[in-house]
Design a protein around this ligand. Structure first.
Ligand code: ADP
Ligand code: ASP
Ligand code: MG
Length: 412
């Protein structure tokens, strides 16, 4: 008998009607002769409202209590889905992450999955239950509740599919699949049929939040192929899987944007060993994630170092770097918020040249100034003004011939 893991995101359970629709889909899948595990997110907006409530009562809520609070969002949604399935005359039972056997490390609010022991799920499946698991949460070896970082229900689904050796893992969401760019940014974007883990990983890391990047990392590591598809339409979605031979034929698979970035530049950094380390040690000691790092070619024994962070971290970084700049003998720190990152991603870049030139050319012709550039073997990313990012995404999308329009033009 086939075993299917289906994950439903927040908007897919966003109203009683949608919850009933999810229940119908689960029951229909069981009636096709499958064993069904559902992974459910909190109802859309609930996690954000709980976070806001926490900040309304405490300037710095403890991460343990935040996890205890946030886990309730998924608890509620899971119980509602199980009730809706029962109301259709089928058998369902809701489980917390802990009951589902999701064991994590102790890193509250961004815990990593250490192990999954789905013994109880197997037993319930044998008893013909549809097993409805709360996404985004787990438990430490000491029995403490943890959460897996924003978007973490994706990770729960992939990890359970891996541990249960599922025949299929389907991620149901509010778009038809993974698109060549966020369809809310580029309406001309096209659904991608097949995507390599590495491409989706780079796109997710570059701001395409359709999948949590840690979930894609996990899928790649354990070889869990999955499909991203619509919970509202019956159409086939996007298959994410290990790279296949013909995937490199497409040079750029997609374009991603990430807003709310800030750029920090330390000028006049003494060109000697240890200077960069002092700057980044101070930032990482405060648990702040640094994204791009660019160092200029040095001249007259000093250099400039720029890096990007999330805009929310800027006040803290400026405060931290003030004394460091004095200590290492650098000239000054300057910062710019309201910048964004635009990335073009594709494994075809490994074997095709001219991608950077084409990206820079389309931005240049659009009058969009590039402030920083970084590359990996399958990605080119630039920092630009946030106000330009939608237009830049449309230009890049067009320049790489990714949209519906380009397909129409290419057709004989
Ligand atoms: P869920 O609640 O189902 O987990 P998310 O909001 O986390 O859904 O992810 C789906 C959203 O991701 C879409 O509504 C879309 O706006 C956004 N998105 C960003 N980039 C892409 C992309 N390249 N393809 C599809 N959707 C994207
Ligand atoms: N509810 C959590 C969030 O909003 C987890 C998820 O939706 O995947 O981030
Ligand atoms: Mg999500």
């Amino acid at each position: 008998m086939r075993l299917i893991v289906q994950k439903y995101g927040g908007t897919s359970v966003g109203s009683p009607e949608r919850i009933r629709h999810v229940a119908e889909r689960l029951v229909a899948t069981q009636r096709q002769g499958c064993r069904v595990v559902a992974v459910i997110s909190a109802i859309a907006g609930v996690t954000d409202s709980l976070l806001k409530l926490a900040r309304d009562v405490s300037a710095q809520p403890s991460e343990r209590e935040l996890d205890a609070l946030l886990a309730t969002g998924e608890h509620a949604a899971t119980a509602l889905v199980a009730m809706a399935v029962n109301a259709l005359g089928a058998k369902a039972i809701s489980l917390t992450g802990a009951q589902a056997g999701v064991l994590t490390d102790r890193m509250h609010t961004r815990a990593k999955i250490a192990n999954v022991s789905p013994k109880q799920i197997h037993e319930l499946l044998s008893d013909e239950y549809i097993v409805v698991v709360a996404g985004f949460q787990g438990q430490t070896a000491e029995g403490e509740t943890t959460t897996l970082g924003r978007g973490g229900s994706d990770l729960t689904a992939i990890a359970l599919a891996g541990a249960l050796n599922a025949d299929a893992c389907q991620i149901y969401t509010d778009v038809d699949g993974v698109f060549t760019c966020d369809p809310r940014v580029v309406p001309d974007a096209l659904k991608i049929e097949g995507i390599a883990y590495d491409e989706l990983l780079e796109m997710a890391g570059a701001g395409s939040k359709v999948m949590q990047s840690r979930a894609v990392e996990f899928a790649k590591k354990f070889g869990v192929a999955f499909e991203v598809r619509s919970s509202l339409k019956p159409s086939v979605g996007t298959i994410a899987q290990a790279e296949t031979a013909n995937m490199e034929d497409v040079v750029v698979r997609g374009v991603s944007v990430e807003r709310q970035q800030a750029k920090v530049t330390v000028t006049g950094v003494p060109d000697k060993p240890g200077s960069a380390s002092r700057i980044f040690s101070a930032v990482s000691a405060a648990n702040i994630l640094v994204d791009m790092i660019v160092q200029n070619a040095s001249g007259r024994n000093s250099t400039d170092i720029s890096f990007t962070i999330h805009a929310a971290d800027l006040p803290k970084v400026e405060q931290l770097l003030g004394p460091v700049v004095g200590d290492i003998g650098a000239r000054r720190v300057s910062a710019q918020s309201a910048v964004a990152k635009l990335s073009a991603v594709g494994i075809g870049m490994r074997s095709h040249s001219g991608v950077a030139a084409r990206l820079f050319d389309c931005l240049g012709r659009g009058g969009i100034n590039i402030q920083l550039i970084s590359t990996s073997d399958i990605k080119i990313a630039v920092i630009i003004n946030e106000a330009d990012v939608d237009r830049a995404a449309q230009l890049a999308h067009e320049a790489f011939g990714l949209g519906k329009q380009a397909r129409v033009r290419k057709a004989p």
